[in-house]
Design a protein around this ligand. Structure first.
Ligand code: FE2
Length: 394
């Protein structure tokens, strides 16, 4: 990525600036009539049927995709490629504030743009392919949250996908912290029920990924995490039953923030192995983040719960209210995981990778080998373990 994104605005498009361009869309249901579908993840050389001297207009519903992929097309000789909107617009218009109005992807995209606009170097290599050092001042960012779950409104973290190399990466730069976040639960009420459930489960996952790591001695971070998990479970249950339940939706919004505002991570190693597995599955299948997590968590935890039996047993008793009497620590640990699996079924979340679009042709081994291993939890997984987990999820 050389930072020189070439784009046109929707207004310029309306005014006919894209006349003579062949329109390509990465979405199967194109947003512009007549656009040709192109699977950008499979662009690994010349594209059959498209001449390199053709003028191409890349329509991308998600800004991050257009931003990272235009250079890929250019790399293969498609030099007359433009995208709609993005960083170039911010540069040209002299934007002084990025305002992200939406959910996690939008907020993360806002961070990526805010970081990129004042930067002249290769943004992907500098900040996303590996952890970089932010020595410049990103544009100030404000967010208005319309879908909760990721907690992106309260930290500098962003998940960015480079589909050309099939890497979904997660970096946290405090310099990208939003300057303000407007959080009105009524804005989330029109979110479709499934998306609401995926967001809520993502928040629960963030708390579990923090909780299921050392230290295992009694500590305040884990105490807060237990209260938050009980809250998410209660409120997700209520919101699933009645999506218009303001109290539940309001609590879910705040619980999502509390999960990721770094408070419960104080002195915790954190695991985030389920996230690493989901990110790579998502990079290959484009499944919803929360849906992928719902499939992975029970399978992953069944595998590691005996290694972290102290914490998993505590989870069973304090979060799920499972009576301790008559059960060994090992039995309690497994009972906690099964309670989680039962909750996922109760909400109607997906429980298999097949439901997420994974087929026999999906290169599970390749995906497993691309998963970063965090080593922060109880499993210390290898890539072979990850592949076994994927197969058990299938
Ligand atoms: Fe997440």
């Amino acid at each position: 990525m050389d930072g020189a994104l070439e784009s046109i605005t929707p207004a310029e498009f309306q005014a006919g600036k894209a006349k003579g361009y062949r329109i390509l869309d990465v979405s199967l249901s194109p947003s512009i009539r007549g656009a040709q579908y192109i699977e950008l993840g499979k662009v690994n050389g010349p594209i059959e049927g498209i001449g390199k001297d053709e003028k191409l207009l890349l329509i991308c519903q998600k800004g991050k995709r257009s931003y990272f992929l235009q250079s890929r097309l250019k790399h293969y000789g498609y030099t007359n490629t433009k995208v709609l909107e993005g960083v170039d617009l911010a540069r040209r218009e002299g934007v002084s504030l990025v305002l992200a109005v939406g959910g996690g992807s939008v907020m993360d995209c806002g961070k990526a743009i805010a970081l990129a606009v004042p930067y002249d170097g290769d943004v992907w290599e500098g900040f996303w392919a590996k952890k970089g050092e932010v020595r410049h001042q990103p544009l100030p960012l404000g967010v208005i949250v319309t879908m909760c779950g990721t907690g992106s409104e309260c930290n500098g973290g962003a998940v960015v996908t480079n589909e050309a190399v099939k890497i979904k990466t997660d970096r946290d730069y405090p310099q990208c912290n939003p300057r303000f976040a407007l959080m009105d639960p009524t804005y989330t009420l029109s979110v479709p029920r499934n998306q609401m459930l995926y967001g809520g489960f993502d928040a629960l996952s963030h708390i579990m990924e923090t909780y299921f790591s050392g230290p295992d001695e009694e500590n305040v971070s884990d105490d807060i995490a237990e209260a938050l998990m009980r809250g998410v479970i209660r409120d997700l249950r209520a919101a699933a039953h009645d999506p218009s339940d303001y109290n539940a939706r309001s609590n879910l919004m705040w619980e999502s923030t509390m999960a990721e505002n770094r408070i419960i991570k104080l002195n915790k190693r954190t695991d985030f192995m389920a996230h690493m597995m989901e990110h790579q599955l998502g990079a290959y299948t484009d499944c919803s983040h929360g849906a992928g997590l719902a499939v992975i968590h029970p399978v992953y935890y069944r595998r590691i719960c005996q290694k972290g039996a102290v914490k998993f047993a505590r989870f069973a008793v304090r979060v799920w209210g499972i009576p301790q009497e008559g059960r060994s620590q090992e039995e309690l640990a497994l009972a906690g995981v099964e309670a989680l699996a039962g909750f996922i079924r109760e909400l109607g979340l997906p429980t298999t990778l097949r439901e997420l679009g994974v087929t026999g042709d999906t290169p599970l081994e390749e995906i497993a080998n691309s998963v970063p291993l965090t080593g922060g939890g109880y499993g210390n997984l290898t890539h072979k373990d990850v592949l076994e987990i994927f197969r058990a999820c299938y």
